[in-house]
Write a protein that binds this ligand. Structure first.
Ligand code: NAP
Length: 332
């Protein structure tokens, strides 16, 4: 099978598309998926570069132990292990798998959800990690009907889904984004869209604030909140190669939260079958239409990761893996 691999950490020049042995036949609760479309996330950039370097303790200190890359996918089940009850060969699915930038990916049943006919693969591949993280962030920020919520980084993968999911939950959403993405973000239905570079426009007194971009210090973020508001820290780039500014801020928030009236939470994304099923249902009934900026063929994975890491992507960047319709660039 064709797959994106890298044998060392580095910039996108370490990525190569090679012929690799197919994964083994699934055992127990494993599922083998023929990947149609893969979604690119900042996590892929982190695993490619090995930054922040604390991540290398998990993924390989000197070099990555797993040479494949990628996580989010939409595809078709090719084979299932004997313990798999909810999926059969031929089912269309969305979800996550290690090394998903490949024609075949081996994962576990709980990391997948069946998608009904009519859900576009590029929409399905856009949501597993970012959508699950957005749902977890909204829960952490205690977002519900009528609550006032601010999303920072609203034009990114997690931010754009957080905006849409908060709107669907009945919240009153303010979306802070860069001017070039304002139109894309406005289409998601927030009450207002503000320029992220103009802090005086952000407002204050929010019940919940979701942070998916920018290294604003904790004290500044707390000033955006109501006295008993909740802050959900998803992440941010930069701020140190060892731990990373976003992670450091999450740790500070965890230490401070027990001593203040506001609720300060670092969001940690994880597989969540219920969240995946919810995202699938929202895609199926048309209420969630992810912002997809571009779909590139697997061979252009390096360009896709670079574009996402540039911060300029308006929504998700995807890879067409085995779709015969894969073209050099097809917007969505
Ligand atoms: N905690 C977790 O479990 C978890 C899970 C997924 C992702 N993450 C992390 O969360 C962050 C967002 O992920 P993502 O997939 O949504 O990435 P993304 O698609 O690159 O979106 C990040 C957005 O942040 C905004 N941004 C960039 N630079 C900024 C700056 N200097 N100041 C303010 N905003 C800035 C940009 O949006 P605008 O132009 O709209 O402002 C950008 O699109 C990343 O750091 C990622 O590593 C964490």
């Amino acid at each position: 099978m064709r797959a994106v691999v890298r044998e060392r950490y580095g910039d996108s020049s370490v990525l190569r598309v090679v012929r690799r042995a197919d994964p083994p036949a699934p055992v127990r609760d494993q599922v083998l998926v023929e990947v149609g479309t893969a979604g690119v996330n900042m996590a892929d950039w982190h695993l490619m570069t090995g930054l922040p370097s604390v991540a290398r303790l998990v993924f390989g200190v000197r070099a990555p132990r797993e040479h494949g890359l990628g996580r989010d996918l939409a595809g078709v089940v090719r084979a299932v292990g004997p313990e798999v009850a909810s999926l059969r060969p031929g089912d269309a699915v969305l979800g996550t798998a290690p090394a998903a930038f490949a024609e075949l990916a081996l994962t576990r049943e709980r990391a997948l959800a069946r998608i009904p006919e009519g859900v576009r693969p590029e929409h399905a591949a856009a949501v597993p990690t970012a959508g699950t993280t957005a749902l977890h962030a909204l829960r952490a920020a205690r977002v519900g009907a009528g609550s006032r919520v601010l999303v920072l980084g609203a034009g990114g993968g997690v931010g754009s889904l957080a905006v849409r999911l908060a709107v669907l939950a009945g919240a009153r959403v303010t979306a802070a984004t860069s001017p070039g993405k304002a139109a894309t973000v406005r289409a998601l239905g927030p009450e207002s869209v503000v320029d992220r570079s103009d802090r005086s426009a952000w407002g204050t007194g929010y019940d919940g604030v979701v942070v998916t971009g920018g290294l604003d210090p904790l004290r500044d973020l707390r000033r955006l909140l109501a006295p008993r508001g909740a802050l959900a820290l998803v992440g941010a780039e930069g701020g140190g190669d060892v731990l990373g500014g976003g992670t450091t801020r999450q740790l500070r928030a965890a230490l401070l939260s027990p001593f203040v009236r506001q609720h300060l939470v670092g969001v940690v994304s994880r597989d969540d079958p219920a969240a995946l099923a919810r995202l699938r249902d929202l895609l199926a009934d048309g209420s969630l239409v992810p912002a997809v900026e571009r779909v590139l063929p697997l061979e252009r994975a390096a360009e896709a990761v670079d574009h996402l890491a540039s911060g300029a992507a308006r929504g998700k960047v995807l890879l067409a893996v085995s779709s015969p319709a894969a073209g050099p660039s097809a917007g969505g």
